[in-house]
Write a protein that binds this ligand. Structure first.
Ligand code: ARG
Length: 460
């Protein structure tokens, strides 16, 4: 292996093993666009400050855009002996334009360069993922509208609890993804500060204008402290955490749909195009795409732990440990983005089997709470009402009846405050229409929520 131009201080050649071990080009080549944009901004600033000539600037700019073209057309040769995307591009530039290229790195280090590149990359990927979240939300709202008036059980402890509008169930995920959307936006705002000009760790003795590069690159401002700026990857950990919660929400949705599409539940049907069969059991129709969404959550959590562990106990300033950040940033972004995409596609083609759901709705005494609240309306203290209904449920269980099929005399025997109007409070459909609290899971509230989301999403 040849000696690197920037390692004149070292004796002899690096060990052969070093090339593969220290290189990051196989991973960070993906930053090339941002590296080039960052270099152009830096060169522009150097020219403004009189540190390079206009002519040199023009050469740097055209050289860098040629390199961008070469990379995009597949002509560029990525040589990992140059270690990373920064040196690969700079070396190619020097080859193309000579001395002017040698001036590009004036007042800059790969330490502030890579910190800048990652921030720029993340800004774009966050925008893309926020768009994916918004489309997934749109898909969910469309589905919710379709099943607004249909009722399903809501579960606690995976036991039937209370009847709800199917729309309310679906909209519960729109809420989760909304928080993800806001979290990503917040992450993007927090990382939108330029570290460029912080150099290796202490800034530069040259008259750089950091505001100029920050402005050119669309940053809202510059970092205040060079030590912090070159070593800060909090934003990366935060981004991966945001991905982790998205993955968790997707995984919960996937888990529900896997359960609901099972033969035992039969609540939803997934489109065949998102299922697979078995190599042995000819009858099988498996929800593999959903299982993978659930499983990929582990990959994203792994990235988070990886990133946090890199940060732990690093001495101040830049350390090469930080190079590993991209492994986790890219893994989290790619995995989360692919899962968002797949989830949206599955949602757009799935169906709720309302016949099957409603045929079992009156099993499980899901109207018991509403009956207790009916009694509260008749001036029975809630704790007493709870006891009365509990006893009625036990009676029904013994007689294999539903609450709604008890005679008025049975009700009167349990509590003389019960009138004939009790039947309007019984049965899942009645209950789902009776919810009165804001944000409840009834038909009325789900309808209001759909209206809210339509307005909210149209402003994006
Ligand atoms: N490839 C490195 C990274 O991703 C760039 C910075 C290397 N800096 C250094 N002084 N060795 O972090």
């Amino acid at each position: 292996m040849a000696k690197k131009s920037w390692e004149k201080r070292l004796k002899g050649k690096p060990d052969e093993k070093m090339v593969d071990f220290v290189e990051s080009l196989s991973i960070d080549w993906r930053l090339y666009k941002y590296d080039i944009v960052g270099s152009i901004a830096h060169a522009q600033m150097l020219a403004e400050q009189g540190l390079i000539t206009k002519d040199e600037l023009a050469k740097i700019k055209s050289g860098l855009s040629e390199i961008a073209g070469d990379i995009e057309s597949g002509k560029f040769k990525f040589d990992k002996t140059y270690e990373d995307i920064h040196m690969a591009i700079e070396t190619a530039l020097i080859k193309k334009i000579g001395d002017a290229g040698e001036k590009l790195h004036t007042g800059r280090s790969r330490n502030d360069q890579v910190a800048t590149d990652i921030r720029l990359w993340l800004r774009d990927i966050i925008e893309l993922m926020a768009g994916q979240i918004a489309s997934l939300q749109q898909g969910l709202i469309k589905l919710a509208e379709k099943y607004l008036k249909d009722i399903m059980p809501a579960y606690t402890h995976l036991q039937r609890a209370q009847p709800i509008s199917i729309a309310a169930y679906i909209l519960s995920f729109v809420e989760q993804f909304q928080r993800d959307y806001l979290r990503l936006g917040n992450c993007s705002s927090l990382l939108n500060t330029s570290p460029l000009g912080s150099g290796a760790v202490a800034g530069s003795t040259l008259g750089l204008n950091r505001d100029s590069t920050a402005e050119q690159l669309g940053f809202w401002g510059i970092s205040r402290n060079s030590l912090d700026a070159v070593s800060d990857r909090d934003f990366a950990a935060e981004f991966i955490f945001d991905c982790s919660l998205i993955a968790a929400h997707l995984s919960r949705l996937a888990e529900d749909l896997i359960i609901y599409s099972s033969g035992e539940f039969g609540f939803v049907s997934l489109d065949d195009s998102f299922c697979t069969s078995s190599s042995m059991m000819p009858q099988k129709r498996n929800p593999d795409a959903l299982e993978l969404i659930r499983g990929k959550c582990g990959t994203v959590y792994g990235a988070l732990v990886g990133m946090l562990t890199i940060l732990k106990a690093q001495p101040s300033g830049y350390n090469r440990d930080l190079q590993e950040d991209k492994v986790h940033i890219f893994s989290a972004a790619d995995t989360t983005s692919a899962s968002l995409d797949m989830a949206e596609a599955i949602i757009s083609k799935m169906k709720f089997n309302t016949g099957k759901i409603s045929s079992g709705l009156d099993e499980g005494f899901m109207d018991a709470t509403a009956l207790a609240e009916y009694l509260v309306g008749k001036d029975v203290p809630f704790r007493q009402a709870h006891g009365i209904v509990g006893a009625l449920v036990a009676q029904c269980e013994k007689q294999d009846k539903k609450l709604a099929s008890l005679k008025i005399e049975d009700f009167k025997a349990a509590c003389d405050k019960i009138d004939k109007d009790v039947y309007k409070a019984l049965g899942s459909a009645n209950v789902a229409g009776r919810y009165a609290t804001a944000g409840a899971a009834g038909v009325k509230q789900a309808e209001e929520q759909i209206e809210f989301w339509k307005k909210e999403l149209s402003s994006r």
